[in-house]
Design a protein around this ligand. Sequence first.
Ligand code: HEC
Length: 229
Amino acid sequence: MAENFHRGVLEPNARLFAVLSTVAVTIGGLVEIVPMYSSAAGPEHMDEVTPYTPLELAGRDIYLREGCYNCHSQMIRPMQAETLRYGPWTRAGEYQYDHPFQLGSRRIGPDLQRVGAKYPDAWHYDHMKDPRATSPGSIMPPYPWLYEAKIDKDDVVASVGAMTTLGVPYQDNPETWVAAALDEQGKAIAGRLAETKRDAAPDSEIVALTAYLQRLGVDGRKAIAAGSN
Ligand code: HEC
């Protein structure tokens, strides 16, 4: 009966068929689109998740440049095997200031979503220089140039400006405050490294990358602990 109706009535009648299929597609479209614009169901916001500092943003640019996302994901799935290994599963709001987010699609190495504060700075220093020094048998490549190369302050100012245009709430006029922020956080990390007899300039790329890695997932943990989601 239903087949006869389709064959006999709908298919030969192109006009009726076009009208009915437009109605069907419109209903389908509304069901998908309307919830996106209703405030309750929109992309969630987490107050505890704050923008990266300029040094962390510089480290993030290095993470992108080196293609770390080819081997590492930043997304913990809501399954026990994942949460036992990595920590609380990732909420969408944790990426609110990540442009573009670094979900990744391959896990040749472990997920990095909650690697922040997991190890001391010195561990990252040793690991990036020679992964096999900290993790016997690791297939991660070494990144020796990060210890010589310096971050470019103008690049970081430009990155902060670019993030601002994407809606990240940084203070205006990055050229007036970014250099001091870089210096302060860079010196703090270089100081901690020096205490453990590791030598790095405050504006070296390894210090920026360490700042970024130590930040990953930290705000998210706070937000989740506070019951934000
Ligand atoms: C060829 C794949 C590959 C690439 C590229 C790669 N990694 Fe890894 N990474 C691994 C593997 C495998 C491990 C696990 C063994 C180890 O600790 O070295 C790992 C471990 C790590 C860990 C420790 C994670 C934990 O929870 O113990 C960090 C941090 C890390 N990588 C950062 C990076 C960064 C930053 C980059 C880019 C500069 C990078 N990786 C590039 C494969 C890779």
